[in-house]
Design a protein around this ligand. Structure first.
Ligand code: SF4
Length: 234
């Protein structure tokens, strides 16, 4: 596999069609001396990616943002992952703004009155802080997750957070993700088996009738609004 470095800003050029395992090996070697984190909201994709990196038996910080509105099933999943991958560090960098403080400052049920502000306070701003001083940001995004992700590159410079963003699963399908977690016994959120194609906060995530764990969509998120993304990746 041929890799070369473009002039700015320390941006690699990667063979997008290389096997995922090669991409992960390359990430670990290329950025061994740089501050690298994997972030996840603990969707099925994130669980698969954690498993793929964990197989290398190297320490890695897995950052998540507890919004204060996680499902109990998500907390249970985090506990399972910590047990299964003791050499990884699972670090909560969620906001210190409590739901009560948010209500006092911005009114009750901000997720209904102004979900963009709610996501900014509880996701986007904390992510900005979590990625401060980080050089390489690994995500489990896939191109098939929607129009806003269709042009995702395996490696790209991210202006918003000023980091190199690596998405080794960019070309995977949901079926491939599902196959990986099932074949390897990877823990995943049991809500996926109960009609939730993706899982976010309790206030903004619903089950979708007729959906199986092989199906991914943004249906069930912010139902009744035009909103489909929290803003972390847009
Ligand atoms: S998903 Fe909903 S509850 Fe969670 S931060 Fe965004 S608007 Fe708030």
């Amino acid at each position: 596999m041929q890799f070369s470095v473009l002039s700015a800003p320390i941006m690699p050029q990667i063979d997008e069609d290389a096997p995922t395992e090669k991409l992960i090996e390359w990430t670990l070697e290329q950025y061994a001396n740089q501050r690298m984190v994997l972030t996840t909201g603990f969707g099925m994709e994130g669980c698969a990616l954690i498993d793929l990196y964990a197989a290398h038996e190297q320490p890695l910080d897995v950052i998540y943002l507890d919004t204060g509105f996680f499902f109990p099933e998500t907390h249970h999943l985090i506990d399972e992952l910590k047990v299964r991958y003791p050499h990884l560090s699972f670090i909560n960098r969620g906001t210190s703004l409590t739901p009560e403080q948010q209500a006092a400052q911005h009114g009750d049920q901000l997720w209904k009155t102004n979900p963009d502000l709610c996501c900014k306070l509880r996701k986007v701003d904390p992510m900005q802080e979590a990625l401060d001083h980080v050089e390489v940001w690994i995500t489990a995004l896939r191109r098939g997750q929607g129009p806003s992700r269709a042009d995702l590159r395996v490696a790209e410079w991210n202006d918003k957070y000023e980091v190199i963003k690596i998405s080794p699963l960019a070309k995977w399908s949901r079926q491939e993700v599902r196959n990986h977690v099932k074949a390897n016994g990877v823990p995943y959120n049991e809500l996926h088996d109960r009609g939730y194609p993706s899982v976010g906060c309790t206030h903004c995530t619903q089950a979708v009738a007729g959906v199986s764990p092989e199906d991914y969509s943004r249906e069930g998120r912010w139902v009744g609004t035009e909103k489909t993304e929290c803003g972390l990746h847009t």
